[in-house]
Write a protein that binds this ligand. Structure first.
Ligand code: GDP
Ligand code: ZN
Length: 381
């Protein structure tokens, strides 16, 4: 299934009936959603929401001419850099969201009525990780007016619907351990497919190398390295590889995945010792609101960048990946598939299969092929 096709269909949303009369010819939100790359100069009519006091939502269509953005931020039409500010959604509590401004402060935002009235298949119009434009109202509050087009979305499909867990994730840190629990390369492969599927750069991190002879890991490092994946060997006990790891996190939005016990919490604490404390602060503050945080959140790092904390994401499922697609997400299998005798070859049992031939003469790693067969069959890693 082509996720992007699917998303586009969904975004081409209709207003709900009760908003029908408000439909405007040049609604930038619609236009923006339809084609994020559309030439924004064409969208001459601007719209602003004006509010008096906290979070009122009085609509004023000002019809301002869209000007070239003086701040150079030409991501959306009719941005007024004087009244609007740019930020990123760190977390969502019910209908409100916590937005971090570009200067690092946070404020609570409501979402503009019009954005909410777009009916999409997603539970929330806003997603954690979204880059937004908002208008400050009162002190420490604002109204989100514009959502920038999303890149690299981490999503989950439930009951046939795609739910965005986090938007604009830069990389997927696949955490595994060399021992205790035993290294599971099949799980790494499964997570690599997940990364490839969402176009989120996967990085492999093998923790607890203090428990093994690092030479044992070299063949595996070679296999993944040859495919172009970055693979880091680390130990949170000896702090081996910690500086390189810190560098990996810097200025990126990173989501961690891996089975429990491999050392993800230890790793985060090593990267930023105060993280524990801050995570606790975050959950305390969410209790103040009417709604508690159920979804993901972005946790800003001192070194720059974010850690994406997503309950449930650590037990990754393969979203929307059909068996037939799996080969395309195996970087080392993919080059052979066009040479198979049958165009719909599954590379499992067919004669004249170039993938199996590649395994037979050692050009494709046998362990990787075995993990492909596992995944194809839908078996657990
Ligand atoms: P998580 O479930 O992935 O968050 O894993 P934790 O961070 O809770 O770690 C699980 C256990 O592994 C803890 O007892 C840690 O002390 C231990 N651990 C973490 N990193 C290392 C390491 O590099 N070497 C060794 N030997 N143990 C580690
Ligand atoms: Zn084949």
């Amino acid at each position: 299934m082509n996720k992007h096709k699917k998303q586009k269909q969904k975004i081409r949303a209709e207003f709900r009936k009760r908003h029908e009369t408000r439909r405007r010819k040049r609604d930038f939100t619609q236009q923006f959603a339809r084609d994020p790359a559309a030439d924004t100069d064409e969208l001459a009519a601007g719209e602003r929401v004006s509010g008096k006091g906290d979070l009122t939502r009085k609509r004023t269509v000002v019809g301002a001419q869209s000007s070239a953005d003086e701040s150079g931020l030409s991501v959306a039409p009719a941005i007024d850099p004087v009244t609007m500010r740019h930020g990123r959604v760190l977390r969502i509590h019910g209908l409100a969201s916590v937005v971090e401004t570009d200067d690092g402060s946070t404020l609570r935002c409501a979402t503009r009525g019009l954005l909410k009235s777009l009916s999409t298949d997603q539970r929330h119009v806003l997603a954690v990780g979204d880059f937004v434009w908002f208008r400050p109202v009162g002190s420490g509050e604002g109204v989100v007016e514009r959502i920038e087009p999303r890149q690299r979305v981490l999503s989950r499909t439930s009951r046939g619907r795609q739910h965005v867990l986090v938007a604009n994730v830069d990389q997927l840190l696949i955490v595994s351990s060399a021992a205790e629990p035993v290294l599971k390369p099949n799980l790494i492969d499964r997570l690599l497919v997940t990364g490839e599927r969402s176009r989120i750069r996967p990085i492999i991190c093998i923790n607890k190398v203090d428990l093994v002879d690092p030479a044992e890991l070299q063949p595996m490092v070679g296999v993944y390295g040859q495919m172009g994946y970055r693979i880091l060997l680390v130990s949170m006990v000896t702090r081996f590889g910690l500086e390189r790891l810190r560098h990996v996190f810097k200025d990126q939005a990173t989501v961690l995945a891996g089975q429990s016990g491999v050392g993800k919490s230890s790793l985060l604490n090593a990267i930023e010792p105060e993280l524990n404390l801050r995570v606790r602060t975050v959950s305390q503050d969410s209790q103040k609101g009417r709604h508690t945080t159920t979804g993901a959140q972005l946790i800003p790092l001192k070194c720059g960048g974010y850690v994406v904390d997503t309950p449930g994401v650590r037990q990754f499922q393969l979203w929307d990946v059909s068996a037939a697609e799996v080969a395309g997400f195996y970087r080392d299998v993919r080059p052979w598939v066009n040479h198979c005798r049958y165009p719909n070859c599954t590379h499992i049992h067919e004669d004249g299969c170039a993938v199996k031939d590649a395994v037979a003469d050692g050009r494709l790693d046998a362990r990787r092929y075995a993990s492909y067969c596992h995944l194809f069959a839908g078996e657990d890693a």
